[in-house]
Design a protein around this ligand. Sequence first.
Ligand SMILES: Cc1ncc(COP(=O)(O)O)c(C=O)c1O
Length: 414
Amino acid sequence: MSDPYIQELFAERIGGNQYGKSTAIYKFEKIKRAKKAATESKPDLPLIDMGVGEPDAMAFPIVVDALTEAAYLPENRGYADNGGDNFKKAAADYMKEVFKVDSIDPETEVIHSIGSKTALTMFPACFINPGDYVLMTTPGYPVLGTHAQYYGGHVHNLPLKAENNFLPDLESIPEDILKKAKILVINYPNNPTGASATLEFFEKAVAFAKANELIIIQDAAYASLIFEGDPLSIFQVEGAKDVAVELHSLSKSFNMTGWRIGFVVGNPLLVKAYGDMKDNSDSGQFLAIQSAAAVALKNPIITQTIANKYSRRMDHLVEALKGNGFSVSKPKGSFFLYVKSPKSAEINGEVVNFETGEDFSQWLITNELISTVPWDDCGHFVRFSVTFTAPSESEETSIIEEINRRLSQYTFQF
Ligand SMILES: Cc1ncc(COP(=O)(O)O)c(C=O)c1O
């Protein structure tokens, strides 16, 4: 039992003296509870988890071996701070090899991150004063916006709509908000829509940022997980480095989510400011992890192997959903399939209606033990991730066949 005065000490940004008292249940908790209830009530039906946002497989042996070796080296034992020259150089080389961006100076234009998530928390600390705005796409990964609000900033949401290929309409931002805006956050390939950007969109975004004195943070967590076309970096746009940084991560592209390693690359002043904030927040990622991550970056074939797996799974999933009346098309990258939720499902003359993606997602878990993540921020959708656990191709096929078998009992209306 805590002393009662502790309750009075909490900052307003996390709820003040009401902290911890809310009874609201958040999306991911609802999913967790529904999964638990469903597996208890139907113990014979295996749960198919299409809701997981991280790889189902381990880092590749070449990377694990590199970590083992590097962990034994005495020179790797101490605080890394913002250092790790080997990794910085590997990151700059990776930008050249994978994205054909050859102008990155590893000394001044790259600093590692302990995952992109932490980098997203640090940029608001560098830029946001009370009353400032960040421009964020919605639905999306909310971390930067949450931290901007911690500093008294505001978030202006840019809706991602199917009719605009899930790209934001930059012209829609009201003039008064634009004047107070400092950061434009974009994320392509996108979580959760799976959409990819185009070079034209990046060009437009860079021109827009310059015209309106914004910085751009392009969250590139899925940038090299590509099924179609070439990997895209904002730095393929001439002059992008004047205003932008890109946040790369090894979490998804190298199956290294738990390793906590990525990098911030781009405009040297932005990288420096991030570095200063980082210096005051952490003491750097273990140099042995950085060293193993450098080995990963030197082997982009790893990402291609992972992307091939997701691509194959995506083909099967798209086919199964289409066969059941869903209107879906394969994304060009990421591991997310963003699916418009049906209005109803009918079985033996009985009809169940869905108002929202959440209704559909909860129904799907409860009745058919298929877990997805609902998104109702802008239309009604559910997100399938092809990161479900399946150690072999034949297991992948049988999981998708099982999804098809479960769905085909129903007639869906859209
Ligand atoms: C869009 C997006 N950005 C950033 C992250 C965080 O990645 P990291 O593991 O590099 O912190 C995620 C993870 O799910 C993500 O989906």
